[in-house]
Design a protein. Structure first.
Length: 231
């Protein structure tokens, strides 16, 4: 069964961690990865400060300028919408080869409800984004990113690695910097449905999706909430 093979693939890469995992090693000096890790010139200066040129606190126009700088996508090509429940703004683009071999990625920049400034960045790879993406390459990308993030000095008591949940989701990596800014990497897989009787051609592939989020404030996100006593 594919879910079992998926879990085994991640277990081979590294044993399951816990929220009290050992402190990650200091970042090694190497070439810049396809998806840059959070800023870390030293252990003291380490912080999760956004994604590439997009930094926390940027306005709509500043985020669009950062997108153009990073991906050469003009503002008119950026999808703009509102999250109806949280009333946050969402700027979304699709990027090819953000992470080599993982297929196209959808990158969404979230602007806060009250501040109208950047509070979160979500990146999604997988067969739902790119039907040509190979499940095994998505799993490989998850392992590559996990190893990358474990090389940065996140706060040790916030680090979790390869933690499965009952619904089949795997928290591949989770960690926070000293200011409680979070990096969260999750892998979700859904087994392929059985092919219909007498079906011809290739069997359906499983659905595999990799979610990477950088979050400014997990405890008090800038989203719309109903006030106590209203209902």
């Amino acid at each position: 069964m594919f879910v079992l093979r998926l879990v085994l693939a991640l277990m081979i890469a590294a044993p399951f961690g816990t929220l009290a995992a050992a402190q990650p090693a200091s970042p090694a000096k190497e070439e810049q990865p396809a998806v840059p890790a959070p800023h870390a010139e030293s252990s003291e200066a380490f912080q999760v400060d956004g994604f590439r040129s997009a930094r926390w606190g940027m306005t709509d126009a500043q985020v669009k300028a950062a997108i153009r700088k990073d991906f050469n996508i003009p503002p008119e090509k950026i999808q703009t919408e509102e999250n109806a429940s949280e009333r946050t703004g969402v700027l979304t683009i699709t990027v090819g080869d953000l992470l080599e071999g993982a297929g196209k990625a959808r990158v969404s920049y979230i602007l806060g409800y009250a501040s109208k400034k950047l509070i979160q960045v979500n990146i999604v790879w997988g067969t739902t984004i790119d039907p040509q993406a190979k499940p095994d390459r998505i799993i490989a990308a998850a392992n590559q990113l996990r190893a990358l993030f474990l090389g940065y000095p996140y706060q040790p008591d916030t680090v979790a690695s390869n933690v499965p949940t009952a619904d089949g989701t795997i928290t591949v990596f989770q960690g926070q910097d000293a200011e409680k800014r979070m990096t969260l990497l999750r892998l979700v897989s859904t087994p392929a449905p059985p092919p219909p009787k007498n079906a011809k051609g290739e069997a359906p592939s499983p659905t595999v999706v990799l979610f990477l989020s950088y979050v400014l404030d997990v405890r008090n996100p800038d989203v719309y909430r109903l006030k106590k006593g209203q209902f």
